[in-house]
Design a protein around this ligand. Structure first.
Ligand code: ADP
Ligand code: ASP
Ligand code: MG
Length: 413
């Protein structure tokens, strides 16, 4: 009999009715003889609601206080789910992150898990109880409550699965698996039976929010068998596999996109050694992460243009810093653009197939979509385009790379 960690996201515990359905599913697994640990998110919309409350009091609340507030959402669902389980005659106990010692660093609002004390959970499992743990939260060395960043319950679940050496970590959500792209944007997207861990890591880091990126990193580091499935219907879901041979020989496995992008350009900077450092140094010092970078070659005037992208939340701050740098460098002008998105093709098959980039560019050109920036790595190609082209770009690429038909026999939802 197996030890299973199941995580249920916000929509899956979005009402009392749904919490009861989750209890039914958990109880079925336990009745089959499995030991079950459940990790839950806050009820759908609750974390956003709490954020709005906080911002009504103070525009930039202290991260420590925000964590105390945000962590309450998950505390509600652990209690309600345990009650629902107990009411069904399935013995269960709820725990906050602090109670099971999910020790994190002190980076409030984006803390990283360092350690988990599995002993308490183990004792409950031995006694035949289901253990229900609050996702998204932990405690730091000072005993302060921390949270793990949006979508962090995925990471809680994988970390708990790693600590308990679980046989599988099951992420139950509102879709029945990982799709070729977000089915909300491309209804023709197909469910994948399997995706390699490496591809999942790229998809998550390039914007597919079906799994929080850190959860995938954790699964990779500790080799946690991970599966994404629906909490509303039965099915095998999508297995994140470590064996590359186990997936179909597709050139492209999926299309990820991100709306969280913004672009900054400084025009007419002197083309001298150290210029990139002088532009990006102050940005890095402000703890702002830079994603793509382009520096044009200098024309006759020995000046150049420099463009980079940052997370949209960091845009106002980055613009302020760049304005100051541009003045100091005697640059001609600073431009900012928040209405951009990044679309990426992901697939381990790219390693052995040429011509993917040119087909991508041809497809976008045919639709009249101008590419603003390009970046590639071994298993992905990303382009930055205007925000208004997101849907058109994703759908035309989905079709051009045969993603509809390709997986049609491989287990359509
Ligand atoms: P939960 O609250 O259960 O954590 P999320 O909203 O965080 O759920 O993640 C599930 C959502 O992820 C889906 O509803 C879907 O719109 C979105 N999504 C984005 N990319 C993909 C993808 N490639 N495959 C499946 N779902 C995706
Ligand atoms: N409740 C948190 C959020 O909405 C964590 C999670 O759901 O994973 O981001
Ligand atoms: Mg999520």
């Amino acid at each position: 009999m197996a030890l299973i960690v199941q995580k249920y996201g916000g929509t899956s515990v979005g009402s009392l009715e749904r919490i009861r359905l989750v209890a039914d599913r958990v109880a079925r697994w336990r009745d089959q003889g499995h030991r079950v640990v459940v990790v839950v998110s806050a009820m759908a919309g609750e974390t956003d609601r709490l954020l709005v409350l906080a911002r009504q009091i103070q525009e930039h609340p202290m991260p420590r206080e925000l964590d105390v507030l945000l962590s309450t959402g998950e505390q509600v669902t652990i209690a309600l789910l345990s009650m629902a389980l107990n009411a069904k005659g399935c013995p269960a106990r709820s725990y906050t992150g602090a109670q099971v010692h999910i020790l994190t660093d002190s980076a409030h609002n984006k803390a990283r898990i360092r350690d988990i004390d599995a002993a308490r959970v183990g004792a409950d499992l031995e006694a035949g109880r289901v253990v229900v743990i609050a996702g998204f939260q932990g405690i730091d060395e000072q005993g302060d409550i921390t949270t793990l960043g949006r979508g962090g319950s995925d990471t809680s679940a994988v970390a708990i699965a790693a600590a308990l050496k679980a046989d599988e970590c099951q992420i139950y959500t509102d879709v029945d698996g990982v799709y070729t792209t977000d089915p909300r944007v491309e209804p023709k997207a197909r469910k994948l039976d399997r995706i390699t861990f490496e591809e999942m890591l790229e998809m998550a880091s390039l914007g597919s929010k079906v799994l929080q990126i850190r959860s995938v990193e954790f699964a990779g580091k500790y080799k946690v068998p991970l599966r994404v499935l629906s909490s509303f219907e039965e099915g095998e879901g999508t297995l994140i596999t470590f064996e590359e041979d186990a997936v179909e020989d597709a050139k492209i496995s999926g299309i990820a996109f991100s709306r969280d992008e913004a672009k900054l350009t400084v025009l007419g900077v002197p083309d001298q050694p150290g210029v990139a450092y002088r532009i990006l140094g102050p940005i890095a010092d402000a703890n702002i992460e830079v994603d793509m970078i382009i520096q044009n070659i200098a024309a006759q005037e020995a000046t150049t243009d420099f463009t980079f992208t940052v997370h949209r939340n960091d845009f106002p701050r980055a613009l302020e810093i760049l304005d100051a740098t541009a003045k100091a460098l005697g640059a001609r002008q600073v431009l900012g653009d928040r209405e951009i998105v990044k679309i990426s093709l992901v697939g381990v098959g790219m390693r052995s197939h040429a011509g993917i980039a040119s087909r991508m560019f041809a497809t976008l050109a045919k639709e009249g979509i101008n590419i603003r920036m390009i970046s590639t790595s071994e298993i992905k190609i990303s382009v930055v385009v205007d925000e208004k082209y997101l849907e058109l770009g994703v759908r035309s690429l989905h079709e051009a790379f045969g993603l509809d038909g390709l997986r049609a026999t491989a287990g359509v939802a």
